[in-house]
Design a protein around this ligand. Structure first.
Ligand code: ADE
Length: 221
């Protein structure tokens, strides 16, 4: 899978690309990530990328040309799925992460400042938000989306770990414990050390349902 991220702040991605599972997935060529500073595509003196708003209003908007020129350059085959990050977009979730993990070429556009010229939206297959709050830009949302997506690419994480995790079958994950068996008076549920795997599976399924009913009843509707 190839992911191109359009941003004005490439160095924000340094830590993200160089740690843990994402770093390993890049090294193993399971994903290629290109962080592209679309300022490089500005044709104006001083590489300006934003401007004042027609009709008046506070702040500055991202101009069309740097982003359109950049997309023309990186999507020559016209085969990419283009996501524009904005708090007004469709809510990102596990189902979207799964869908994106099967895409060959994903382009993510990070907005910034007050917003962007409305015409930039015509480039996007989808506008996406990570939640009902306003961040200073799309960089953090893009990292959240890439993280959730890349871990679902075949081979990045072992299949077993993915099978029972939260949001599979619209249920949260079951509770898990490690040693010691008793800590500060809190005991590991005895069924888990019974060695009876039928009972353990049944307990885990019940706990998934109970936990989802309590914490996220909306998932079960
Ligand atoms: N840009 C600013 N806030 C955002 C959000 N909540 N989701 C996606 N992109 C954003």
């Amino acid at each position: 899978m190839k992911i191109d991220v359009l941003t004005l702040f490439p160095s924000m991605f340094d830590g993200f690309l160089n740690e843990s599972i994402i770093k390993r997935a890049i090294e193993k060529k399971q994903v290629e990530i290109n962080i592209i500073n679309f300022r490089d595509y500005s044709k104006l003196n001083n590489k300006m990328v934003d401007d004042t708003i027609y009709g008046g209003g506070p702040g500055m908007l991202l101009r069309c040309e740097p982003i359109f020129e950049c997309i023309d350059d990186i999507n020559k085959d016209n085969d990419a799925y283009i996501v524009l990050l904005t708090p007004e977009g469709n809510k990102f979730n596990q189902a979207k992460a799964k869908k994106y993990s099967k895409i060959k070429h994903l382009i993510i556009i990070c907005g910034h400042y007050e917003g962007f010229d409305e015409r930039i939206k015509t480039l996007a297959d989808e506008e996406v938000s990570i939640g009902d709050f306003v961040l200073t830009g799309g960089e953090i949302p893009s990292m959240a989306i890439m993280d959730a997506t890349i871990r679902l690419i075949d081979g990045v994480i072992n299949k077993e770990s993915l099978e029972s995790e939260s949001f599979e079958d619209n249920l949260l994950d079951y509770p898990v414990y490690t040693k010691p068996r008793v800590y500060r008076g809190m005991e590991v549920p005895p069924v888990l050390v019974s060695g009876d795997h039928k009972k353990i599976d049944k307990w885990r399924e019940e706990k998934r349902i109970e936990k989802t009913k309590n914490k996220r009843p909306d998932l079960m509707e």
